[in-house]
Design a protein around this ligand. Sequence first.
Ligand code: NAI
Ligand code: A1CAB
Length: 268
Amino acid sequence: MTHKIAVLGTGKIGEALLGGMLRAGRAPADLLVTVRRAERAVALRARHGVETVGNAEAAKNADILILAVKPQDMAALLDELAPHTPADRLVISAAAGITTGFVESHLTPGTPVVRVMPNTPALVDEAMSVISGGTHATEEHLAHAEDIFNGVGKTLRLPESQQDAATALSGSGPAYFYFLVEAMTDAGILLGLPRDKAHDLIVQAAIGASVMLRDSGEHPVTLRGAVTSPGGTTISAIRELENHGVRAALIAALEAARDRSRQLAAGA
Ligand SMILES: NC(=O)C1=CN([C@@H]2O[C@H](COP(=O)(O)OP(=O)(O)OC[C@H]3O[C@@H](n4cnc5c(N)ncnc54)[C@H](O)[C@@H]3O)[C@@H](O)[C@H]2O)C=CC1
Ligand SMILES: O=C(O)[C@@H]1CCC=N1
């Protein structure tokens, strides 16, 4: 049986998922989206050929509801949905920090809830989506969630107690790499390269390194060792990275992201 799926709060991540579901072969007629602004509804209809509806209508007509509003907007959305959401709907929350317990507490007792932390490479079918089940989520519900998110990349099941950490690593993760590329492109400019050439060199280095990390089966230390010639250029750069505490900065940064995810759970 084909499930009707609604994306509620179709912003950046919601639209990335919507596009992925369409690329994976789901019919536009099996998808519903909700938005807050009329211009956004017009744009989504034009780009994807899907129907835009109100939140209550989505809850009534879809079997699976993917909640993709900001964590701060989640309580209001759940309160709006509650009277219209039968307990047989599968509710998937993609919001950072928001626990399955929080979602469950706003809906009819017994509603199955799955928490997912995707990331924006969903736009190019290279997402990592971390999946955890709530109190009433069965194996079948988790499999439905995996089916949807496998369409935009890889999925990994983790206990919900590790979701805040996963959010720090993979939910926010792409941003750290963009930040590094930005900084290294600036370095290229300092070294006298035109911006576009510096960009191309760094992006291809990133792609090459990513594919080797994924496909070689080697530990990152081994891969770095192979680049680092004795008395050569790489070790001169690595010494500066260590002198500037880049490793410690990354550890502290991801810890801060994990802590922020926990704060969002508390409504901060
Ligand atoms: N952007 C990212 O890389 C990722 C975001 N997330 C999570 O996804 C959620 C959305 O994030 P973004 O897409 O970045 O934000 P966004 O601001 O682009 O999208 C949220 C959308 O929800 C709409 N909205 C808010 N309240 C609504 C309501 N009551 N009814 C209908 N629409 C409503 C907003 O108008 C907006 O278009 C957040 O909870 C975030 O934690 C998860 C993984 C990655
Ligand atoms: O920055 C955020 O809060 C969201 C969650 C993970 C990625 N973006």
